[in-house]
Design a binder for this molecule. Sequence first.
Ligand code: MN3
Length: 200
Amino acid sequence: MIFKLPELPSAYDALEPHIDAETVEIHHSKHHATYIANLNTALDGQAIADQPIEYILTHLDELPADKRMAVKNNGGGYLNHSLFRQMMSPQGGGEPTGDLAKAISTTFDSFDTFKEQFTAKALATFGSGWTWLCKDKEGKLSLKRTSFQNNPIKDGLTPLLGIDVREHAYYLKHQNRRAEYIADRWNVVNRDRVAEQYKA
Ligand code: MN3
C-alpha cells in the first residue's frame, strides 16, 4: 500500500480565528505530507506495507531493525496528523452530551476539571509530543502524554482526542504562547467525532 495524504475535511481557513489558515496549510501540505513520503520510502518493498497503519505501528518487530525507527516516527506522524484534523471542526467546541459526558463526569468529576487536567498535561510537555484523551478496552477514560509521534495505540488504548504541542502546530499565530494555542484549540474540538469514537 502507498499511504496518501488525506484531504482535509474543510478549507485551510475554516478554523479561523482560532487556528490560522497558514498554520493549517503548512501543517497539512508540508509536515503531514513529509511524514507520508518518508513512511512510504521506509516501507518500500516490505511485506508489512500492505497492512493498516495501526497494525504496522504495533508490529514494528516484523520490520528489519534498520527500518523500525523511520517507520515508527513517520508512521506515527502520518496517523497522528490524520486523526488530528478529524478531531477539529469549524462547528466544534463546547461540552459533550450523552454517554461521553457521563463518562467524563465519572472519571474527572466534571467537564471543567477534565479540561483543566488535559490542558495542564499539554502545557507541561517538554519539547514536542501529544496529549490525548483515551479509552481502554473496557471504555474507561484516561489522559496520556506521548513524546515525538508516538500514539496511545501502542499501549492498547483508543485515542479519542489529541493535541499536537509541537511548535509547528501553533508558532505562526501564537509564537511561544502555548497556553493561548491550547485555549483556542478547545474552540474547535470536534465533539461529535470524539463522542462517536467513544461509542465505537
Ligand atoms: Mn504536527
